[in-house]
Design a protein around this ligand. Structure first.
Ligand SMILES: [Zn+2]
Length: 124
């Protein structure tokens, strides 16, 4: 992939992820505030448990997005070094189609599908 196009795609992805983090952080604050007025000994309150669930979901999403931003930053460093688009495991080129779908991908599709952790971004 052309380095210019790569850093452009990565920057766009980074901006979208940062925006998502901001949006979810605002939502998380309002969820936390909504739960703050409730008595903590009333754990069977259905609304309270919904809020707790949503809070957990938001925290998880924010964590994932932060991890994605770190992956994107690492990919931008690889663009600078001229190693972008090279699989970190086997050293082969990562297919352009994969980079277009996942600009921060660290692994080629072969290594990604054999990777045991599917939780990490770029390895889906
Ligand atoms: Zn590979």
């Amino acid at each position: 992939m052309d380095p210019g196009a790569a850093s452009e795609a990565l920057s766009a992805e980074r901006a979208a992820a940062s925006e998502l983090i901001e949006t979810m952080s605002v939502r998380l604050r309002s969820v936390v505030e909504a739960g703050a007025g409730e008595s903590s000994d009333d754990e069977h309150d259905p609304e309270g448990s919904t809020l707790a669930f949503e809070r957990g979901q938001l925290v998880a999403q924010i964590e994932r997005s932060k991890a994605l931003v770190l992956d994107i930053d690492a990919a931008l460093v690889r663009v600078d070094r001229g190693t972008y688009g090279i699989c970190e495991r086997c050293g082969n080129d990562i297919a352009d189609a994969r980079l277009e779908a996942l600009p921060a991908a660290r692994l080629c599709i072969t290594c990604a599908s054999s990777a045991d952790s599917s939780r990490r971004w770029g390895i889906r």
